[in-house]
Design a protein around this ligand. Structure first.
Ligand code: 5GP
Ligand code: MN
Length: 339
């Protein structure tokens, strides 16, 4: 995004517009935080704004300011389609390809609106007129902060905006510990606290919401942990029967893969979660150092993301998916033992 782009966007935003803001499917803290942060900012300028998420998100995000106004495309399709069709501007946040919005993809690609992408994932597709893509960024929330700064409007950041942006930076950096966390990230976080983000309260609201069932499910996940030492890899499986037994709800498996990555000497971790309803195995990959799980997932499991965090899927059974994973690994042993 160059200076001229910013001037053009400023120009567009100078008069009230119909705006739609979209996060990716299965939105996480950064997706919801960035859309809500931008929403609260744009609301200050008399635009009419809708946030449309492709589908629902975990309960631990359902306290965020403005969250109850988010539409869900899968259950509010007709209303959403009209808003998308009539929009002047569509902001797409925290994703890099329209197919990351699932069933919203065709409505978004048909829309006449000017599209603006703000995102930090690898290999962005060129579907938007204005693209602010930076893979070095900790989070899309950090980029929304920068975007507001580019618009010379940092003084507009209030407690609501600060709270939402804090959430996404915190969740996408694993509470400020991943290597994407820079001194600038910390300076932005400091500013957000000064603007009214209550850091300790936010942390509790996101992370201290475990149910008994979720901890039991975590126990099962940890007992299903497998290690492949020669590949410095660890993986976890959860079958649909196990999810049912521990009364799984959306969000319960979030972060579980990090336990596998926390093992000493392990640089590559995966979790395979059976989703019988959608007939897929949902996969999360995580790594440390140079090993790119984005490349690995793109090559073998129809996914992608970042160097150290990516998603993917498989249409095989859980058992066959794990067998495929194990059979591929040896060809990466050299790279994995380089870390
Ligand atoms: P998770 O494992 O938590 O689902 O995803 C890890 C990261 O990869 C997140 O930033 C997520 O947005 C991204 N991601 C997940 N699935 C995909 C995918 O299919 N394609 C791309 N490009 N990114 C993905
Ligand atoms: Mn993100």
């Amino acid at each position: 995004m160059n200076k001229q782009d910013i001037l053009n966007i400023k120009d567009l935003l100078a008069t009230p517009k119909q705006i739609v803001i979209v996060p990716h499917k299965n939105p996480d803290g950064d997706a919801i935080g960035s859309t809500l942060g931008l929403y609260h900012y744009l609301l200050k300028y008399n635009h009419s704004i809708a946030i449309i998420a492709p589908n629902d998100y975990p309960n631990f995000l359902k306290w965020m300011p403005g969250e109850n106004s988010i539409l869900k495309y899968d259950s509010q399709t007709d209303e959403s389609d009209i808003l998308i069709k009539e929009a002047d501007l569509i902001f797409t946040l925290d994703f890099n390809a329209l197919d990351r919005t699932g069933h919203m993809e065709s409505a978004l690609s048909d829309a006449k609106a000017v599209k603006v992408m703000i995102d930090h994932h690898q290999q962005p597709e060129a579907y938007a007129k204005y693209i602010y893509s930076d893979v070095s960024m900790s989070s899309t929330c950090e980029m929304v902060y920068n975007f507001i700064e580019m618009l010379d409007a940092l003084e507009k950041i209030d407690a609501n905006i600060a709270t939402c942006l804090y959430v996404g930076i915190m969740t996408d950096t694993g509470s400020f510990r991943f290597s994407s966390t820079t001194s600038t990230t910390h300076r932005i976080i400091a500013n957000l606290i000064d603007k009214g983000a209550e850091n300790s309260k936010i942390h509790n609201a996101i992370y201290d919401t475990n149910s008994y069932g979720r901890l039991q499910l975590l126990g099962r996940a940890l007992s299903n942990l497998n290690i492949i030492p020669e590949s410095r890899t660890a993986y976890i499986t959860l079958s649909q029967d196990e999810l049912n037994r521990f009364k799984f709800v959306k969000g319960d498996t979030e972060g579980v893969v990090n336990y596998a990555l926390s093992l000493k000497d392990i640089v590559f971790a995966a979790i395979f979660i059976e989703d019988r309803q959608n007939e897929i195995i949902k996969i999360s990959f995580r790594s440390k150092g140079e090993f790119s799980v984005n490349e690995f997932s793109r090559a073998h499991f129809e996914g992608g993301g970042h160097i150290n965090a990516a998603g993917g899927k498989s249409h095989l059974t859980l058992k066959a998916t794990v067998e495929k994973f194990i059979s591929i690994l040896p060809s990466y042993n050299k790279a994995l033992n380089h870390e």
